[in-house]
Structure formats: structure tokens, C-alpha cells
Design a binder for this molecule. Structure first.
Ligand SMILES: [Zn+2]
Length: 235
């Protein structure tokens, strides 16, 4: 049957009614913890079957087929760009953790995990660049195993997936939006910790912060948000 190409991805990504999984073991970051977090429906390298499949085969196109043998490998993209966004409510009684750094403040992020708005959007940027589902789908907040979880776990898993797909981080640019507290005293610590988690030099990680001009929930110290853009480069 005819195939229609509708998106770009470099990840072998196929869904079938009965996917069989074969994540390659991480040879690049063997110290990263392997977590069996990804729901079966998002896992890679499902086997072929007579049922219709959606597949992205190590390359630049995703194909929808009802034929098990019609996927055609193509040359992987040399660069991939991803964007991430996240927002959390600020509530009393929670720690404010940004980029893995505990920031003194009278409020913190209410969340299922540790509510690290920066790490969450960095994960989404990397997953987005890889053409994968978002952080909420891969680490669902309905799963009790992620309750109170350090978001560094999510970062390490996204980095492992990135290396598995054959990419390195080119550079990353993040913007935090919050009215208070001032982040300037903490920016270098945040940058150093995020760089270490990503396994990259600090020169390729940029952290910016701005207020929301005292308007809306962000400007009224009721929420915090972050945007991240990341460039991945083929190894
Ligand atoms: Zn979040």
C-alpha cells in the first residue's frame, strides 16, 4: 500500500498492536541508570506484523504503511532542533528546585516529581528534537514511581535516548520566567549542574532569566515557567 511521509524523525519508531522492544544498551553513558519507564506503546523497534504500522527509520521521514516491508532507511539528519516548555504553580510548603539547585524561596513548585521546571523543559526539548513523545507521556504523573522523583533521572534518560539515536548536544539555550526570587546569584550553579547532567561543557549551555513584569500568574509569583531550545548534532 502507498506510504505517506508526514514528519521528520531519526528514531526507529514503530507501533504495532504487539510491539517487541529492543533498546540497545547504552555504550556511551554506561553509568546512566537504565529505567524501564517508557510505556510499551512508545518503544522502538517493534516487530513487523500484518497490522498497519507507523515507523520512522533512522532518518528523515516517517511513513505510514500497512505493509510490514515498506520502510526505507534514509540518511539521518546532521542536525535536529527541539523546543521545550514547562510551567508549574508556586505554592508554600514546597522546595524551589531549578536545574537541580535548591533555591531559597517562600514557595516551591507543586508537582508529582520534584517540580524542576528547567529540567522538565530541557527533557522535552531533547525528546522533541528526537521526535519522541513528551515527558508527560514517557514519565506519566499517574505512575506512583515518579512521585517525588529527582528530575535528574528524566534528564539522564533523555540523554541516553539521544546517544542511542546517534546524536550529541550542539548547544542549549534556556529562558526561565519568574518574578521572584532573583536567579542571578544561582545562574552559574544551575548552568554547571545542568551541564554535568547533560555531560557537556558549560560553554554550550546558556541560562537566561527574566521577570513577567508583575502581570499574570508568572508576574504575581504564583507560577514559574521555562523555555528551552536545543540543537542536536549527529555524531
Ligand atoms: Zn514540569
Amino acid at each position: 500500500m502507498a506510504a505517506s511521509s508526514f514528519a521528520a524523525s531519526s528514531i526507529p519508531f514503530t507501533t504495532t498492536p504487539t510491539p517487541r522492544i529492543s533498546f540497545a544498551s547504552s555504550s556511551f553513558y554506561p553509568s546512566f541508570p537504565r529505567i524501564n519507564a517508557i510505556p510499551r506503546k512508545f518503544l522502538f523497534r517493534a516487530t513487523t506484523s500484518s497490522a498497519p504500522t507507523v515507523s520512522a527509520t533512522s532518518t528523515t521521514s516517517v511513513q505510514v504503511n500497512d505493509s510490514p516491508a515498506s520502510a526505507t532507511p534514509a540518511k539521518p539528519l546532521p542536525f535536529r532542533v527541539g523546543h521545550g516548555f514547562d510551567l508549574h504553580r508556586l505554592e508554600p510548603g514546597y522546595p524551589l528546585i531549578i536545574g537541580g539547585i535548591n533555591i531559597p524561596h517562600e514557595k516551591g513548585c507543586e508537582a508529582h516529581s520534584d517540580g524542576d521546571v528547567l529540567l522538565h523543559c530541557v527533557v522535552d526539548a531533547i525528546l522533541g528534537a528526537l521526535g519522541l513523545p513528551d515527558i508527560g507521556q514517557i514519565f506519566p504523573d499517574s505512575d506512583p514511581k515518579w512521585k517525588g522523583c529527582a528530575s535528574s533521572v528524566f534528564i539522564k534518560e533523555s540523554v541516553r535516548l539521544m546517544h542511542e539515536a546517534g546524536y550529541d548536544i550542539g548547544n542549549l539555550d534556556a529562558t526561565l520566567i519568574l518574578q521572584r526570587p532573583k536567579l542571578s546569584p544561582h545562574k552559574e550553579a544551575i548552568k554547571a549542574n545542568l551541564s554535568a547532567l547533560l555531560g557537556v561543557d558549560t560553554s554550550v549551555v546558556n541560562i537566561k532569566a527574566k521577570t513577567h513584569e508583575k502581570v499574570d500568574s508568572l508576574g504575581e509569583n504564583r507560577s514559574i515557567a521555562a523555555h528551552t531550545v536545543v540543537l542536536l548534532m549527529k555524531k
